[in-house]
Structure formats: C-alpha cells, structure tokens
Design a protein around this ligand. Structure first.
Ligand SMILES: *Cc1c(COP(=O)(O)O)cnc(C)c1O
Length: 489
C-alpha cells in the first residue's frame, strides 16, 4: 500500500507537526482563559502529521471515492442519476444561502414563491391536490404521510383503524415508518411475478385497516396491473392508499399516482429530482395528498393570497409540525432547477428513457444472468444471480468483480424474494455507450465465472481495500487514533 493510501492515523510519526500556534498571550485569569474544569489534563492523543501528509492523504482519498460523477452507478431502488451542475450553482447563490428562516415573510417573497411553485409542480406531476415540502427524507415523508392517514381516521372518530398493509417485497423503511407512526404492520404476499396477491389481500381488509403502502412499479420494477382493483377494494373497506414514490423515475411524465387512486404519497427529491445523495443526506421527502386530506398536512404551509403575496401559515387541523421551519431548502432549489431545465415537454421523456435503458440491459444480459420475471420492466429489474449456478460464483462475487472493472455494484440481496438478488437501475441519464460497456463487463464476468472462477471469487483485486470483514468492521470499529494505538499494543 502506498504511503498516502494508509489511514491518516497510520501516518503519525512522533514529533511531526503541521504548524504550531503561538503561545496563549492572554493571562491565565483573563476572560479568554478556559475555565479549569474544561481544560484537558493531558494533551489530546492525535496523530502527529505534517500539513503535506494531511493534504496528500485527503486529496488521494477523495479521488478513490466512487460517485456518480466518476462512473456508472446502477444502484437499484436508489436512482443514482447524474446531478446537473447548474443545480449546484443555483443553490449556493448568496441570495439563497444568506436567508434566515426567521426573516419577515415580506422580505423572502422570492424564496416562498419558489417553494410554492415547487409544491404545485409536484402536485401536477403526481396528480394530487397539495404537497408539503417539510419532510427531510423519504423515510421522514413516509412517517409524515402515515401520520396524515392516522389523523384522517382519528378526526372522523374512526379509532379502530390501526393496521397498515405492507407487501412482503416493500422497501424496509415502509414497515419501519408504520411502526414509528404507531401503526401495526400486516404483510400481504406477492405472487411469483412480484405483484400483490389480490386474493391474499381481500381477507385482510376489515374495519381495523388504516390503509395500504405500495409502490408501483413494485420493488421488482414491474407495474401492478391490478392497481385499479386494489384501490377499489381498499377504499371500499374504508382505508387509504399510500404510494412510496421514492423512485418516481419510471412514471415521470407518463402516469400519476393520484390517477391510480392513491391518496397520499412521498417523493424523494434527492433521487428522482437530482440532488447528490448517499452517506446520509441532505434529502427532502415531500408528501402529497388528495383534496380531502390537505387540512391534515403538517405546519407550516406556504400559501398564496389573492394579491399574489406568499404567506407562511399554520392550520388547526394539521397533524402538527414535523420539521424545523420549512424543510431542506437547498434540495428544493436543486429540484426546482432540475424540473425547469427539463421543462414540461422533456420531463415526459424521463420515465420512458429510464424504462428503455433498464430493459436494454435486462434483455442484453438475460442469457448469462437468471431473470426470474420475464416481461417489460420499468426503471429497474432484478436478476437472481448468474444463470449457471454450477460455478458457485455468487451475486456478492459478481458485485465485487464489477468494482475491479470500474463500475459501482448494483443493489444486492434485495429484494428478499430471491436468494441471489441483483437489482439494476441505470436511470435515464446514461448514454448507450455506458450501458454497452457495462453489458460487456457483465458478460466478461459471467465468462470468467466459468473459466477462472477464483478470479471472480477473490475480487475485488484492484481496489484500495479488498473484501472487508464487515462483521469486525461493525463490531470492533477503530475510529480514533487512541483506539488504533490500543489495538496495536
Ligand atoms: C430510498 C427509498 C426510501 C427511503 O428514502 P430515504 O430518503 O433514504 O429515507 C423509501 N422507499 C424506497 C422505495 C426507496 O428507494
């Protein structure tokens, strides 16, 4: 390993310094002196490194990181699309960054207008009445949407409704959000083709059901063709339909959740509407609702009066507040810029192009990789590992080998419906050249699995770190210089 590829702690050499600060020129008892109880008894244990060590280490590290700006990133369910740089330029304009959330409404009319416009654009895209932009992430949106659902039933005195139906293929955040919202999760089974088993759903629908959480296309990337029947069954039983719109890419400009009968949904602006994400944020998970639920949306809301002025309002029927102020404004600016730069006409192409790209990869690779569900997929699809199982090369091995070839791995071992799931989502922003390159490499790996399986099983071979012991990393992480020194003793 090269010197600067090591972790910064390992570069420490006794006595080495970046630079030193001048001695404290204030008297011990002056106002600027730290109180005694806050002073360290011994100097902090920090790695001793020169400024040059630090600069080279972190500069090297930054170029080792894989991101959507460095290569193809076909992570299913995560929509790792290219984030246009103009969004970044706009969201750091001082006119936005110097705003303060406690400023007078009158002085932030432009920002409120952007906010209000984005609410309306999302309503139009989703086919719903109104959106709140307050939630900070997809999961936070789910929680908010389920709180709307709960509030709706409670406000009608319908207090028995405590159950939420969630398909067995759902994203893990769905049942988790339902639990956090204080609702009970009931699982509905999928059919072998991945869509909801309507016969399994029917007996679950009684007067204790608050609603159902779904995503369409489902987690396998397949469109739920029985959605109209499902919507009718749930509504007739008095429940509401929640749409997990984290990945709205497949539908953008083609189909609207509101038209399918959904009452509540969230959208991940940081997936579908392009904000760099991963590593925990920043995110934004706006929640949209049908007209009869608008009054329960969280406070505060941005409204426009008859004189064209924008106001921040709170309503008594609201479920309350779920964020500080109005949410993650920077992410909203990016989403707004993204929608406006595509325009009403071009945004209609996002769904069809994402769908075309996914089907192109699927059809090109299905001779080598096991495709459990045939047919046209939407923006993503799932392979169940290599077709030829005799090589004993696993999905994990293929994913690691892809790293050697400079591609990020797809999502693996999710959904849980198959043992060797490999969930691929190319997004609409990739060119045919990139897709062809990926397809070539996937074929090459399938060939290697037959001819030289050890190479694939031992991958990654070219990355800075090899296969990691994830259990040890999780259970005994070495996160401080002190811990490293102790582990070496
Ligand atoms: C990403 C995702 C979520 C959760 O979104 P976060 O912003 O990570 O909280 C929920 N559902 C689906 C289908 C997702 O892909």
């Amino acid at each position: 390993m090269k010197t600067y590829d090591k972790i910064i702690f390992e570069l420490s050499k006794e006595g080495r310094q970046g630079y030193s600060l001048p001695k404290n020129e204030y008297k011990k008892n002056s106002l600027n002196a730290l109180p005694k109880e806050l002073m360290r008894e011994k100097p902090a244990e920090l790695p001793e490194v020169s400024e040059l060590d630090v600069v080279r280490h972190f500069t090297n590290l930054s170029s080792k990181n894989f991101g959507v700006d460095t290569g193809f990133y076909p992570l299913g369910s995560c929509t790792m699309k290219y984030n246009p740089k103009i969004n970044e330029e706009l969201c750091v304009l001082p006119e936005f960054t110097s705003l303060h959330p406690l400023q007078d409404e009158e002085s932030v009319q432009g920002a409120l207008e952007l906010y209000w416009n984005l609410q309306n654009m999302l309503s139009e895209i989703a086919g719903l009445e109104e959106f709140t932009l307050n939630p900070y992430a997809g999961a936070h949106g789910e929680l908010t949407g389920l709180m709307v659902m709960k509030k709706y039933h409670e406000s009608r005195g319908d207090k028995k409704r405590t159950k939420v139906i969630v398909p067995d293929s759902a994203h893990g955040t769905n049942p988790a959000s339902a639990m956090v919202a204080g609702l009970e999760v009931v699982e509905v089974k999928s059919k072998p083709n991945g869509s909801i088993d309507v016969e399994d759903l029917k007996p679950l629908l009684d007067d204790t059901v608050a609603g159902i959480m779904m995503t369409n296309p489902n987690t396998l990337g397949m469109f739920e063709t029985e959605i109209n029947d499902i919507a009718k069954l749930v509504h007739d039983a008095g429940g509401l339909l929640y749409y997990d719109g984290a990945n709205l890419n497949p539908l953008l400009g083609k189909v609207r959740p509101g038209d399918m009968g959904f009452d509540i949904m969230h959208i991940n602006l940081h997936k579908t509407f392009s904000t760099p994400h991963g590593g925990g944020g920043p995110g934004s998970g706006p929640v949209g609702v049908a007209a009869h639920l608008v009054k329960h949306l969280p406070n505060p809301r941005v409204v426009k009066d008859e004189n064209g002025k924008f106001h921040i309002e709170a309503s008594d029927d609201s479920l309350g507040s779920i964020s500080t102020f109005l949410g993650n404004f920077g992410v909203m600016i990016r989403a707004y810029a993204y929608i406006l730069s595509l325009g009403k006409e071009n945004i209609k192409n996002v769904g069809p192009l994402a769908t075309l790209n996914a089907n192109y990869i699927k059809e090109s690779l299905k001779d080598d990789y096991l495709l459990p569900i045939e047919g046209v997929c939407k923006h993503e699809f799932v392979f169940d590992g290599l077709k030829d199982k005799s090589t004993e090369v696993t999905t994990l091995n293929v994913a690691k080998r892809l790293l050697d070839y400079g591609f990020h791995a797809p999502t693996i071992y999710f959904p849980l419906l198959f043992h060797e799931s490999m969930m691929i989502e190319p997004t609409e922003t990739e060119s045919k050249d990139t897709l062809d390159e990926f397809i070539d490499v996937m074929h090459k790996i399938a060939k290697e699995a037959k001819e030289t399986p050890e190479v694939v099983k031992e991958a990654p071979n070219n990355t800075i770190v090899r296969k990691l012991d994830e259990t040890t990393a999780a259970k005994n992480p070495i996160l401080t210089f002190k811990a490293l020194k102790e582990s070496q003793q």
